[in-house]
Ligand binder design. Structure first.
Ligand SMILES: Cc1cc2nc3c(=O)[nH]c(=O)nc-3n(C[C@H](O)[C@H](O)[C@H](O)COP(=O)(O)OP(=O)(O)OC[C@H]3O[C@@H](n4cnc5c(N)ncnc54)[C@H](O)[C@@H]3O)c2cc1C
Ligand code: SF4
Length: 334
């Protein structure tokens, strides 16, 4: 690990003043310090925002849910109104990582995690995403069992954020603050696919801080669910996860939002699956048809074909869970 300066800030203005060449924001530090210890990133200054009180807090108004970016995954999971009205978000936060990690991990840091790709995270390998100076994607020719099964032609990394899945399904917006002022970005535009940029995974620019995440009040009749499947019980990132938000009129679905995490380099909505459900009665057959439609666009690599089946199961069960037709799946993690 390189030598670096550490600056503690207590206001957003103070933190903005400290950002600049070589400086990086530190929240819980879980992903950042990992990457520094592995020499994948080497900032010369850490701007610690963990003591900025204005970045904490969870408030619910008639317009929706406002989350400070320092809200921890534990706080989100334990919040009774989030459990009731934004169930998929509380489930995603509560099933990520371990209890200890969830106590430190912040929402802002969670959606800003860097790629999960073992080649990206090893100094033994260079690749086109990591340096931009090589044309190689080792995942295309090497070990790729955890990699993307969709949109993987340029780079097959997956974005690991569990909370991004329900945030995208719930049409969340992210508030970004810089010295120039504030701007609000829809979650649909937040992540940048490798086809558009190999170096930036998000739309966040140097000098910008996430200062809030906002989710609009759900339509009447909205129900949501999130399910995660992986290698090891509760301790690991998902191999397949799905977030489903349904607006239900009795057993009929009038609006559906289906998002897949770790299927592609960014969390993605499946309009094909949504089309299958919209206007239909939700039952096992429609849930299965939606799951199959979502995976029609899959382009699995040499070793990760099993993930397409895992995703079909995840989507099928999450749809039924959201529709209230299934109990929580004991084989899902968490
Ligand atoms: C064993 C293990 C299992 C895990 N399993 C999961 C899982 O299943 N699902 C999951 O989602 N995650 C999982 N994680 C990852 C963990 O949830 C993230 O590392 C954590 O959420 C990152 O949050 P942080 O506050 O520590 O971020 P940091 O490490 O402090 O920051 C991460 C990045 O975000 C940037 N950043 C942080 N806050 C802001 C802000 N307000 N504005 C702008 N940029 C900001 C930082 O500059 C940095 O680049 C796991 C981690 C471990 C160790
Ligand atoms: S998947 Fe992306 S990050 Fe991983 S080796 Fe290929 S180009 Fe690099």
């Amino acid at each position: 690990m390189n030598k670096f300066a550490f600056v503690d800030c207590v206001t957003v203005d103070e933190a903005l003043g400290q950002l600049g060449e070589g400086a990086t924001i530190k929240a819980g530090g879980i992903d950042l310090i990992d990457l520094m210890k592995d020499d994948i990133v080497s900032p010369s200054k850490l701007v610690n925002i963990r003591n900025v009180d204005s970045l904490r807090g969870i408030t619910i108004t008639q317009d929706g849910l406002r989350l400070g970016p320092l809200s921890t995954l534990s706080e989100i999971a334990a919040h009774t109104q989030i459990q009731k009205s934004y169930t998929a978000l509380s489930d995603a936060a509560g099933h990520a990582a371990t209890p200890q990690v969830r106590n430190m991990a912040t929402l802002g840091g969670n959606i800003m995690q860097r790629p999960r790709c073992w080649y990206f995270r090893s100094t033994d390998f260079d690749c086109k995403k990591k340096s931009g100076t090589s044309d190689d994607c080792h995942a295309h020719t090497g070990e790729n069992q955890y990699h993307a099964v969709m949109n993987n032609a340029v780079c097959a990394m997956v974005h690991p954020s569990s909370t991004a899945v329900p945030l995208l399904a719930m049409n969340a917006q992210v508030e970004l603050t810089s010295k120039r002022g504030k701007r609000t970005v829809a979650m649909t535009d937040f992540y940048v696919p490798p086809e558009k940029s190999l170096t930036n995974e998000t739309i966040v620019q140097p000098g910008e801080i996430i200062t809030a995440v906002f989710i609009p009040t759900p339509d009447p009749g909205t129900r949501s669910a999130y399910q995660k499947y992986g290698e090891k019980e509760s301790f690991d990132w998902p191999l397949a996860d799905a977030g489903v938000v349904l607006v239900m009129e009795g057993t009929r679905c009038s609006k559906a939002s289906i998002v897949l995490g770790v299927a592609a380099p960014t969390p993605i909505r499946s309009s094909a699956a949504e089309a299958v459900l919209t206007g239909k009665t939700i039952d096992e057959a429609t849930a299965r048809a939606a799951a199959a439609a979502a995976m029609q666009a899959a382009t699995p690599l040499s070793q990760n074909g099993f993930k397409t089946q895992l995703f079909q199961t995840a989507i099928y069960r999450t749809v039924l869970l959201a529709a209230g037709q299934m109990q929580r799946d004991p084989s899902a993690i968490g």
